[in-house]
Design a protein around this ligand. Structure first.
Ligand code: ZN
Length: 180
C-alpha cells in the first residue's frame, strides 16, 4: 500500500470507531514527516457539541501538546508542515479552521454536498479570498467508496438520538456508488 492509502486506512479505522460509538462516521489523521501525530473521530453526540468534528478534535490534541507545537512554531501557522487525511471533505467550519492554522494540504475521501468547505458548498480552502491566510489544496477521491458506504451504514441504522426515532423498517443499505 502506498502512503496515501495507508493513512486513509487509518482515518477509516477512526471512522469505524465513530460508527461503533453511534457517531456520524468520520475519522481523520494528521501527518508530519511521514508519521501520524494525531488521529480522531467525530464526538458530536457524546459531547453534545456540534463543533466536535474529527478534525477539530485532532487539532485540539496537537495544539495542546508542546512537543508537537513548540514555542515559535505555534505562533501563526502551527500546521504549516502538517497534512490531513480525512474520510469526508471538511465542512465549512473545519475548512476555515484548517486555513487559519496554515494546514499544508488535505486529502479526503468523499465529497460533502451539504456542508463541504473545500468546494462541496464553498471553497473556503482556496477560492475564497482572504487578506492573510494562505490557501491550501484539498484533494478528494481517496477511499471514496468506503467513506460513502460507512456513512450509509450509519444513516440506515441510526437515529436513536432523534426524539422520535424514525421507522427503520424500509431502510435499505444501498451499495451502488455513482461517480462524482
Ligand atoms: Zn467539520
Amino acid at each position: 500500500m502506498d502512503a496515501d492509502a495507508t493513512f486513509m486506512a487509518e482515518a477509516m479505522l477512526m471512522a469505524e470507531e465513530a460508527l461503533a460509538a453511534g457517531e456520524v462516521p468520520v475519522g481523520c489523521v494528521f501527518i508530519r514527516g511521514n508519521s501520524i501525530i494525531a488521529k480522531a473521530r467525530n464526538r458530536t453526540n457524546q459531547l453534545r457539541n456540534a463543533t466536535r468534528h474529527a478534525e477539530l478534535e485532532a487539532i485540539d490534541e496537537i495544539l495542546a501538546d508542546s512537543t508537537l507545537t513548540p514555542l515559535g512554531m505555534s505562533t501563526q501557522y502551527p500546521l504549516s508542515d502538517t497534512t490531513l487525511y480525512v474520510t469526508v471533505e471538511p465542512c465549512i467550519m473545519c475548512a476555515s479552521a484548517l486555513r487559519q492554522l496554515g494546514i499544508k494540504c488535505v486529502f479526503y475521501g468523499c465529497e460533502n454536498d451539504r456542508f463541504g468547505g473545500c468546494a462541496g458548498v464553498i471553497s473556503v480552502n482556496k477560492r475564497l479570498e482572504h487578506p492573510s491566510h494562505p490557501p491550501y489544496e484539498a484533494i478528494g477521491g481517496y477511499a471514496r467508496d468506503e467513506a460513502i458506504l460507512i456513512l450509509r451504514r450509519f444513516y440506515v441504522t441510526e437515529n436513536s438520538n432523534a426524539p422520535v426515532p424514525k421507522s427503520k423498517a424500509n431502510r435499505v443499505l444501498k451499495t451502488e456508488i455513482l461517480p462524482r
